[in-house]
Design a protein around this ligand. Structure first.
Ligand SMILES: [Zn+2]
Length: 146
């Protein structure tokens, strides 16, 4: 058994970039299991009291928050933004650590799409040019034939 793994808080930029824009009255952080419940929303009868009782017994895992909790989905798991487990922190570390490789990769993939689009544009231009020539030929023929 080693020391507990040290995590790093996610940056606001990472949360903003990968946040799903969702927020909920009751959200569970699937990276650690903590449950967050808002203090300002509408609950079923006795539901909020149930969470408050759990928070009193287990304040580390049942946490009251103002209003709603923002979430982001990463690797198929919901992370509650600002949860102290910092669940997806390794993803941010990886993305930032590999940023130049990732940018080169995006550039390479985009280049393929751009090259295909340029080829398609050339083909379309040829088709349009042939169509215009054919139309002009037909018009000239019709003028000659009266
Ligand atoms: Zn968590």
């Amino acid at each position: 058994m080693g020391e507990p793994e040290k995590t790093k808080p996610l940056s606001k930029e990472f949360a903003r970039a990968f946040g799903d824009g969702c927020s909920g009255l009751v959200e569970t952080c699937e990276w650690c299991g903590r449950l967050y419940f808002g203090t300002g929303g509408d609950y079923e009868k006795d539901e909020r009291e149930k969470y408050e009782a759990k928070a009193e017994k287990d304040p580390d895992n049942f946490i009251a928050v103002d209003d709603f909790s923002s979430t982001l989905m990463l690797a198929g798991k919901t992370y509650v933004v600002d949860c102290p487990c910092n669940g997806p922190w390794r993803y941010e570390e990886w993305v930032w650590g590999q940023r130049f490789r990732i940018l080169k990769y995006i550039q390479a993939r985009s280049r393929i799409i751009l090259d295909d689009a340029v080829d398609l544009k050339k083909l379309l231009d040829e088709v349009i040019e042939k169509h215009d020539k054919a139309e002009a030929t037909v018009a000239a023929q019709e003028d000659r034939d009266g």
